[in-house]
Design a protein. Structure first.
Length: 553
């Protein structure tokens, strides 16, 4: 890989200080280049593109001789879609901050960086390192704790990429027909069965189950034999928050997760409105940080088998897992979230993982380079997926059943989509079919107004059309609404009366289900706000209520 470029575009008197700080810290790994105008910067960027040099970061002063910094950064995406774009600012420059706000709303920039003061300015370098780290996660070759060899478009290959990527395991994927894939298979000495995983210590797993992979990585797949204070079912934002607060407050805490940490949010390429991350944070990064935080407080994590039952046994609650094992706990927090709805089109369901993806599937974004990609959905998750995919795909087309995005999507995302040259939004259009020889290569689209159909070439389809709660495993004692969401607190009370069979002298607490000691948080709960911050808040509040329950309040 050629040396990545960091480009500084600045003609102000502070340019020399900024350039010196950049070269001092980053010249060993990046080609630090400078330009004094937007025109000169575009020339440098064009030359880098033609020479095959990746551009990792463009830093622009707000006020250039021939354009504003935001105007320049808006053009960067056309030349280098994956580059991070940051506006430089100085302390107290209110005009500069106004430009930051406008550029962020329009999607012209990813962040702003305050120019360095006295050297060394670690706040400046922290901001730069954050941007380079974000770029590197998607664009630099990563160290391979696990090497996966398989057929690129095979559904199981996709599942393994999602499993490893969303659980924060550094991995590399090699098509079985590529030279690297052939070499790994020869060294592994396998019989040709795919996929094959080569572990960091040389162990070889042939067509392993998810539990086999977890065991090989040292992740527990069976719970301990003792009794826990609280069992958290699901490791999305709500469940991870419950784990952090439960373990940090001295409760013996176990987290049960059958798929990947982060839940639906874990597949989001960029969450821009989560508190404390002004440049946004990927769902994977947020989940990995939360998992590490919970683990550092002593929370246990058990992977692989979904919960299949829940019952009370005396003073204990017993969670049964699909593998046959049981978890004994004094309280349970249900944070199982939701599963993406399917289109219900057999021809497309048969291609799941082979060009048809349910959810954002951020691990597949780089494979979409120069391809025609479609996204079905009109809410924030679909918009975030479209913006992320547009950094790699030749064109992204959003298919929306409604008449406009404004009914279901945040304004900042709508404006970013509007300004992206390679994103098209088609409203009142539905996918009604698709096909391909072993992988998707075409879709059938139908106008919901005229009923006319058309067939279009398509390399991939990402479906984000809402979700259904994962509550089928719960007993009848845990009441749910007609859609399957868990009823809690005041939603259980009718005409001032507690639910039939409620055994306690007190009313159900906020977030408590109709089964005492069982709490529901996040997307799985009836009436919840479908936002990451809300889920995290509910997860933390649930632990306060668990304390009250265990204390007999």
């Amino acid at each position: 890989m050629l040396e990545p470029v960091v480009l500084l575009v600045d003609s102000s008197p502070t340019r020399g200080r900024v350039e010196a700080e950049l070269r001092k810290r980053y010249a060993a790994d990046y080609q630090v280049m400078t330009a004094a105008s937007a025109a000169a910067a575009l020339e440098v960027l064009g030359q880098a593109r033609d020479a095959g040099h990746p551009v990792s970061l463009v830093l622009a002063d707000p006020w250039l001789p021939d354009a504003t910094g935001s105007e320049l950064l808006a053009q960067v995406r056309q030349l280098h879609p994956a580059a991070r774009r940051a506006l430089l600012n100085t302390w107290g420059d209110q005009r500069g901050m106004a430009a930051v706000v406008e550029g962020t709303i329009l999607g012209d920039l990813d962040a702003y960086v305050v120019k360095p003061g006295m050297a060394p300015d670690e706040r400046f370098h922290q901001a730069i390192a954050e941007q380079l780290g974000e770029w590197g996660r998607s664009n630099l070759p990563r160290s391979e704790v696990v090497s996966v060899v398989g057929e690129e478009w095979a559904p199981r290959s996709h599942e393994l990429r999602e499993l490893l990527g969303r659980n924060g395991v550094p991995f590399g994927f090699h098509d079985a027909a590529s030279p690297a894939g052939q070499r790994l298979l020869a060294e592994a000495g396998t019989d040709g069965t795919l996929p094959v995983l080569v572990m960091f210590d040389g162990r070889v797993l042939v067509d392993p189950s998810n539990a086999d992979v977890a065991t090989a990585l040292g992740v527990p797949t069976r719970p301990g034999a003792g009794r826990y204070d609280v069992a958290v079912i699901g490791a999305g934002p709500a469940g991870l928050a419950a784990a952090v607060y439960g373990a940090s407050e001295g409760l013996s805490t176990v987290v049960l997760e059958p798929e990947a940490i982060g839940g639906q949010a874990g597949s989001s390429s960029l969450i821009r409105n989560y508190l404390g991350f002004p440049s946004g944070v990927s769902g994977e990064e947020l989940a990995v940080r939360a998992y590490a935080q919970a683990s550092s407080f002593g929370a246990e994590y058990v992977y692989g088998s979904p919960a299949s039952g829940l019952r009370r046994r005396g003073a204990e609650l017993v969670v049964t897992l699909a593998g046959g094992s049981e978890v004994r706990s004094r309280a349970v927090v249900v944070a199982t979230g939701m599963a993406y709805r399917r289109l219900g089109i057999p021809a497309l369901d048969a291609l799941a993982g082979a060009g048809v993806f349910y959810g954002a599937a951020s691990t597949e974004a780089r494979a979409m380079k120069d391809r025609e990609v479609y996204v079905v959905g009109g809410a924030n998750s679909a918009g975030q997926a479209a913006v992320h995919l547009a950094r790699y795909a030749a064109r992204v087309t959003m298919l929306v059943r409604g008449p406009t995005l404004a009914d279901s999507m945040s304004d900042y995302l709508i404006q970013e989509i509007d300004t992206a040259a390679n994103i098209e939004v088609r409203c009142r259009v539905a996918v009604t079919g698709g096909a391909g020889p072993g992988r998707l290569d075409r879709l059938t689209l139908t106008s919901l107004d005229s009923g006319t159909t058309e067939t279009v070439p398509a390399s991939a389809l990402f479906v984000l059309i809402g979700a259904e709660p994962r509550t089928q495993w719960l007993p009848d004692a845990v009441r749910r609404d007609r859609s399957g969401f868990v009823l809690t607190g005041t939603d259980l009370i009718r005409d001032g009366q507690v639910p039939v069979g409620w055994p306690l002298g007190r009313l159900p607490m906020f977030l408590e289900s109709s089964l005492p000691g069982v709490f529901a948080v996040g997307d799985v709960r009836h009436g919840s706000v479908k936002r990451v911050a809300s889920a995290v808040g509910e997860g933390s509040i649930a632990i306060h209520l668990v304390h009250s329950h265990l204390g007999g309040d």
